[in-house]
Design a protein around this ligand. Structure first.
Ligand code: SF4
Length: 582
């Protein structure tokens, strides 16, 4: 049996598991997002409480995992506690190769444990291990170390875990996998916390067969060569996505101080170039990736009472983290920004949501909507790193109503305290770092995850700025085509940084060596079908695109392409869903 057809079902309430062959799903939907949304539909009852025992956690990988470079992501699907509808998050590290090496294509986790637990998953199924001894350890890095000590098995291994934010069910808590990789967005960490699930260790040593080794070798070499020769990949290797800070700042598309402006004269100090020169400690890569785009800063700090005695913290950074915990908060001191990144890393919170929530809180405080009694004396003002560091701890511990509101996301906080016009969320998900023009925001609003990764509308804006002419209708068509194709890539769990390498024609050839015969037309049809299924799930759970809230700030602050009109955006949303034809 092709090992990718196996689905491991785990019931935390009954502490039982079984394995099911789902060749039907994997043959048709390939893996990843396609299989994930179907398993979510099968296992998540309509109206399920995202933090209740009915909400399933799905992990799915794809047929190219372990075979080709950059097929390195695991797709997680769940009902999001942040938005109340589709929760989808992708992470790399060693997760996908470990799941496949353990012999599974997908894992479904249901129910709720009665006591803190961690799962040890191998090709023999799941073992339920007591996590009471380290429930309460808030540092996600420490949790990883503890599980590593406890699980002494061999083979390719991944350790997924939550920190304090997941335990306290902060609605944008993340799941950290290995160190520095995350199922970041939409609150998977809170779902873990609601199930008293502290960690999952998955290990395996199965190999993967190919249909024709000589064709496989040739195809592999072609993909590998493209990956290491590509100038774009070199850019990701040299500076990472942080290289985008300077160009977006020059284009006036970098949100700063809660999007009260779209550039800042101090942005250079937190640029990828500056961080690479002054802080870069090392680069790391996901399993089976020659690019190594993950940049880790080395931040040296003196021990309090010792002269010339330092400790060095290793802190990951990329564009979205720099935007959300740097420019969005007016923090242009790189040391301070890195400390904030480290703080959310420790507690296991989505950095983008954390930064956007704090940016709203700063403006709400400055406007008098919240008092110093609410903030527990913290003086929220742009660039006040110390206050933000303490606020992050308060968001996790939730000592009063205000911080509980912040832990629920910016949409919920603004519903309670006001300031919705500058609560920067789309579909209740905190905004990504692009104010390049209408295409970026249409993409955030219609994208199935409300993420910049759904449609990459920001790149359309930049093409238009460079002179490409596009009507509003053509923008909508391009966003839809891009998001549909990304469903194929995320069913194959190919890293989106490699989307330029994996052309449709190359995907067809690679899939053939993995035992799938499908042509380009079939792939495009499948992408659209998966996109429709995701949107049907969202609507089943109450999402209404035609009445989506758009923060007024989007229309007030001039973007790279000028002032954005609400009418343009609303028309585009309507046009997108008409074309999607659910
Ligand atoms: S390009 Fe970066 S994120 Fe993508 S697989 Fe490689 S190391 Fe991971």
């Amino acid at each position: 049996m092709n090992q990718l057809t196996k689905v491991l079902h785990i019931d935390l309430s009954k502490r039982s598991f079984h394995v099911e062959d789902r060749g039907d799903l994997f043959q048709y939907y390939l893996g990843g997002a396609g299989v994930g949304i179907n398993l979510l539909n099968e296992n998540c009852p309509e109206g399920a409480d995202p933090l209740g025992l009915d909400n399933p956690i799905i992990f799915a990988v794809g047929p190219l995992v372990g075979l080709y470079p950059l097929a390195s992501k695991t797709v997680a699907m769940f009902k999001s506690p942040l938005t109340g509808n589709l929760g989808e998050s992708h992470a790399g590290g060693r997760s996908s190769v470990s799941i496949r090496s353990a012999g599974y294509g997908a894992i479904v986790i249901k129910g709720k444990s009665s006591t803190p637990v961690y799962l040890s998953i191998t090709d023999e199924g799941a073992r339920f291990r007591d996590a009471s001894g380290f429930w309460g350890v808030v540092n996600s890095v420490t949790v990883g170390r503890i599980v590593r000590e406890l699980e002494t098995g061999s083979g390719m291994r991944t350790i997924m875990r939550i920190g304090g934010a997941g335990e306290r069910m902060v609605k944008y808590a993340c799941v950290t996998t290995e160190t520095y990789r995350h199922f970041g967005r939409l609150g998977l960490g809170a779902v873990f916390g609601s199930k008293l699930l502290k960690a999952i260790c998955i290990s395996g040593n199965h190999s993967v067969d190919v249909s024709d080794p000589s064709i496989y070798r040739k195809t592999y070499d072609e993909i590998y060569k493209k990956a290491v020769d590509s100038p774009l990949m070199k850019k990701y290797h040299d500076y990472g996505t942080a290289a985008n800070i300077v160009p977006l700042n020059l284009l006036k598309g970098l949100p700063a101080k809660n999007l009260t402006s779209a550039s800042d004269p101090e942005a250079e100090s937190i640029s990828g170039e500056h961080l690479a020169e002054a802080y870069l400690g090392r680069r790391i890569a996901c399993a089976h990736c020659p690019v190594a785009c993950i940049h880790i800063a080395a931040l040296r700090e003196p021990y309090e009472k010792e002269l010339f005695f330092y400790k060095t913290k290793m802190i990951p950074y990329d564009y979205e983290l720099i935007y959300s915990l740097g420019s969005m908060l007016g923090v242009f001191d790189p040391d301070g920004m890195l400390e904030l990144i480290e703080e959310v890393e420790i507690y296991g919170m989505d950095a983008m949501s954390s930064g956007v929530v704090l940016a709203w809180a700063t403006e709400a405080y400055m406007n008098g909507l919240v008092s110093s009694e609410d903030t527990l004396g913290l003086d929220f003002k742009w660039g006040n790193t110390e206050a933000y560091l303490q606020a992050i701890e308060h968001i996790v511990k939730q000592p009063n109503e205000f911080y509980t509101a912040l832990a629920s996301g910016v949409e919920a906080a603004s519903m309670r305290y006001g300031g919705a016009e500058y609560a920067m969320a789309f579909g209740k998900n905190e905004m990504p770092g692009y104010h390049t023009g209408a295409a970026a925001h249409i993409g955030h609003l219609v994208g199935s995850r409300h993420s910049h990764l759904d449609t990459a509308g920001y790149s359309l804006d930049q093409k238009i700025l460079k002179g490409q002419e596009m009507t509003d209708e053509e923008i909508v068509e391009a966003l839809l085509a891009e998001e549909a194709w990304r469903q194929v890539l995320s069913s194959l769990v190919i890293c989106f940084f490699a989307r330029g390498l994996y052309s449709p024609e190359l995907v067809v050839r690679a899939l053939e060596t993995a035992g799938h015969k499908v042509d380009e037309t079939g792939l495009n049809r499948l992408g659209l079908e998966i996109l429709r299924e995701k949107n049907r799930f969202k609507m089943r759970e109450g999402f209404d695109p035609l009445n989506i809230r758009i923060p007024k700030r989007v229309f007030e602050t001039k973007s790279s392409r000028g002032v954005i009109k609400e009418e343009t955006i609303r028309d585009a949303i309507r046009g997108y869903f008409e074309k999607l034809a659910l």
